[in-house]
Structure formats: C-alpha cells, structure tokens
Design a protein around this ligand. Structure first.
Ligand code: HEC
Length: 134
C-alpha cells in the first residue's frame, strides 16, 4: 500500500510538472514557406509609418502595448502573451511577408485581420511594428 501511495504521489508530481512545462512553452508559429517570399509592396515612408501608427493605436495597442513590448492593458488577462515587437532577434527572424501573413491570419486570441483591414493597411502595420525593434 505504501509503495502504491508513493507511486501515486510521484506520478501526480510528474504529470503536474509536464503540464506546467507544456502550458508555458510558447508554441512556435510556423507559417507556410511561400509566405516568407512575399515582397512588401509598400515602402516604409513617413506616410506609411504615420498610417501604421494610427492603425496600431486603434487596433493593436491594447494587447501589444504603446511601446510594442507586448504589455498592453489587456495583456495581463491573456493566457497567451502578445508578441513583443521590441525583441530585435525575433523581429529579424521574420520576413515582412511572414509578419504580413501572421497579421492577416491571426492565431488564437489574436484575431485574423484580413477581413478588417485592407492589404495596404496591413503592410503599413508591418512597416510600423518593425520600428519598435530599432
Ligand atoms: C486581443 C489581443 C491582441 C490584439 C488586439 C492584437 N494582437 Fe497580435 N498577438 C496577440 C497574441 C496573444 C499573439 C501571440 C499569438 C500566438 O503566439 O499564438 C500575437 C501575435 C502577433 C504577431 C506574431 C508575432 C510572432 O510571435 O511571430 C504579430 C505580427 C501581431 N500579433 C501583430 C498584431 C497587429 C499588427 C495587431 C493589430 C492589427 C495585433 N497584433 C492585434 C494578441 C493580440
């Protein structure tokens, strides 16, 4: 009986521990390869960045934060934390096409924006959120 009890304790701890790791590991967001090749048709001019900033403040700031660090006012309440655009390493790993695709499709709590924002608006946002990492 004692042995069984110990076994049960060990099993419970192990399950709890793996659940902990699982729940907190960020699932990689894999995009289709061809989306990485999509070229950004909108130059990051001052006009594009101004438009991007406005769109960001209306649609994205509440989660991704004023500084793009993922600490928006809603972030605390979210299970999956919003991406941190000041993370230069992460931002450099993504092509414009990949960022565009992620904004367009969304994942989980981050909704899809392709029916809400025009293509040009989404490219303005790509240009704008890249400025956080500089
Ligand atoms: C309701 C909160 C919320 C809003 C609003 C929101 N996002 Fe997100 N966003 C998230 C979360 C959470 C993730 C991480 C999703 C994941 O990894 O499953 C994310 C991920 C991203 C990513 C992918 C980064 C990566 O990990 O590769 C980009 C790009 C992005 N958001 C851009 C935007 C833009 C642009 C807007 C506004 C048009 C926006 N988001 C609005 C919550 C939000």
């Amino acid at each position: 009986m004692r042995f069984l009890f110990r076994l049960l304790v060990v099993a419970t701890v192990l399950i709890g521990f793996s659940y902990h790791i699982f729940a907190h590991s960020k699932k990689a967001w894999i995009v289709p390869d061809e989306t990485k090749e999509i070229k950004n048709p909108v130059k990051a001019t001052k006009d594009s960045l101004d438009r991007g900033k406005k769109l960001y403040e209306t649609n994205c700031i509440q989660c991704h934060g004023e500084k793009g660090d993922g600490k928006g006012s809603l972030a605390e309440t979210l299970e999956t934390k919003p991406a941190n655009f000041t993370d230069t390493h992460m931002m450099n790993m993504m092509t414009d096409g990949e960022i565009f695709w992620k904004i367009s499709k969304g994942r989980g709590i981050m909704q899809s924006w392709e029916t809400v924002l025009s293509e040009k608006e989404r490219w303005d946002l790509v240009n704008y959120i890249k400025t956080f990492a500089k």
